[in-house]
Design a protein around this ligand. Sequence first.
Ligand SMILES: Nc1ncnc2c1ncn2[C@@H]1O[C@H](COP(=O)(O)OP(=O)(O)OP(=O)(O)O)[C@@H](O)[C@H]1O
Ligand SMILES: [Mg+2]
Length: 448
Amino acid sequence: MPHKADILLVDDEEALCVAAEKILLKEGYRVTCVHTAAEGLDRFQRDGADLIITDLALPDQDGLTVLRRAKQLRATVEVIVITGHGTVEKAVEAMRLGAYDFIEKPLDRGALLKAVAKAVEKQRLTAENLRLRDALEQIRGEEALIGNSAPMLAVKKLIRQIAPTDVSVLIQGESGTGKEIVADAIHLLSSRRDKPIIKISCAAIPETLLESELFGYERGAFTGAANTKPGKLEVADGGTLFLDEIAEMSTPLQAKLLRVLQDGRFQRLGSTRDTQIDVRIISASNVDIPHAIAGKMFREDLYYRLNVVHISLPPLRERTDDIPLLANHFLQKYAARMRKDVRAIAPAALDQLFAHPWPGNVRELENAIQRAIAVTTDATISSFILCAPLPGLHGNGSSITVPVGTTLEKTEERLIAETLALCDGDKEKAAKMLGVSSRTLYRRSAKS
Ligand SMILES: Nc1ncnc2c1ncn2[C@@H]1O[C@H](COP(=O)(O)OP(=O)(O)OP(=O)(O)O)[C@@H](O)[C@H]1O
Ligand SMILES: [Mg+2]
């Protein structure tokens, strides 16, 4: 039978040690007895223990010293103190210093066992919590980023290297490649992990609103500003600000953001007072920013500030090695979530996954698995329903013919209209196909 816990008993009274040891051994604990504080701490440092039971009046040093030093060596160790006559104040002091409990001399078998059982249970829970926290940290951090293909290993290595620093990071990658997950991983592996990561999408919010969201405003700054509101920049103070779809930010706002990056200051709308903040900026884009710079849509100076570290996420079709790993990961995740006993993917179905071009990348794969689990009645997924590949990318969709000399405006109008038609009017989907944000698509299709 495995012993219940390791107990270190520190008492100079031989008779007490023998008696206590006998009681505890019989209950399945493993006990080590020593007679001085120095020996006790020596033992603890060398062999550890789950629980220390120490007398308060030891020949060489105070029992409180044993308590204090042991807690310094290992914060999770539990300590029970033994009090004799006239040491009640000391017992109180011991509790204040973090002792779990105290027992009085002469030792009572029942009291001893009860105190020990409770302390051991507490120790076990603490250790378990710590273990869970570590595991969670890993799950939520880098480990959540599934993928062992060469490009993903390179990405993970880069994340590990740069996460602890405060440098700005720009993450580039097609839609669904995991940009947000990477931003989370960087934050969680940084020293800012106890502070928030605040996320804001520059595409989802209209421009004027984006400005007030970011910088906040003073009461009366504009009509409707009834109360002062801190911006996301302030809320993220000490933590990380994730600026998604950064290429969609207007150039005037880019100029303001540049100032924040340069000297960590900004003003709330309607305020003349500078606010100082300490925020790490991680931004993401699924369009090529140098391209936007060439078209004067993006400030080059801001780009250099944001892009101190560049992380490029490869599309799934360029790392098909990761497909089985990702597929199994999502299989476990959604089977558990839907409480379905789905355990495997049949070889033919896996072939299907390998053959698909994955224009929607990991998100598309995740959705495909989720859908398959929802509909299957088997423990094995035998086939997937995958969306038809995108036109243009694979050459089997519809196409438009544009005579040379057609204006760009007309061409764009036509392309948008046809793409929308192909997507049954689904603007989100059409925007994705066209490689622009839905906001851009709204703007441009509104024009035509
Ligand atoms: N390497 C990965 N391991 C595990 N899950 C992943 C990975 N990459 C992406 N995912 C999952 O795929 C989905 C899309 O990821 P994410 O939102 O990070 O993509 P994105 O690049 O930000 O996409 P978009 O540009 O459309 O915003 C999420 O549910 C995410 O959990
Ligand atoms: Mg995203």
